[in-house]
Design a protein around this ligand. Sequence first.
Ligand code: FE2
Ligand code: FE2
Length: 270
Amino acid sequence: MTEHNFFESAYACLIEKDLDRKISLVDQLQQGWEKGIYNFNPTQMIYRVSDAGRPALPELVPPKSLPKRRLGTPEGHAALIHSIAHIEFNAINLALDALYRFQTLPKAYYQDWLRVATEESYHFQMIREHLYHLGYEYGDFKAHNGLWVTTFETDHDPIVRMALVPRTLEARGLDVTPPMIKKLRAIGDKRGVEILKILLNDEIGHVEVGTRWFRYLCKEAGLNPFKEFVNIIESYFHGDLRGPFNFEARQEAGFSEEEIHWLKSIESGQ
Ligand SMILES: [Fe+2]
Ligand SMILES: [Fe+2]
């Protein structure tokens, strides 16, 4: 029954460009896992993926050349929902890459990241549907590729990946989602509020997965997780680590007292 290789299947899903086919491959991966059809033999090669599978649109542009739109217009509202759809679409690829790339971890790691991939796919489908009701489709606005670039740049080491992708980029989502919920509530977008609440709740779980495996890998390597986290942020992170931070959600996602204290000092020094 275990004739299918899990890593090859995750790779096929990662490089799939077609939206609907990618979504159905994520479902198949989850179903295959539940049926126990996979073996976990490492693949002969682990390919670097400079560009994960994504459709021809949205057009990718540098973050600075994205037009700033006001939420008060229907187009501005749709642009915000589109940017969330883009994040969720990228998040599917982020989770798939975490599954494919690091092939010698305990099985529980793959179970966790497969759950994340499945939830990201569900997030994407919900937000894409909402965008559709606003009269737009995913791909109608421009977007940037920052999430994938960081993923690609951290493909050499799962410790760096866990620190920067779930614990920095996805964790940023915990900070910015509550103010976004307020904005959507203010313009009467009830469905948008509902979706973002689901996303926020699930994303706490994704950051927690990142935290748990970050700590596991630090322990294996005999590293101090706090020092290692700070060190990785300082040496790899291009953006500013900026508050305000959602300390409550970050605590729920497993940030330690020491890390929270460090983030508080960054926030108060801003
Ligand atoms: Fe998500
Ligand atoms: Fe996520």
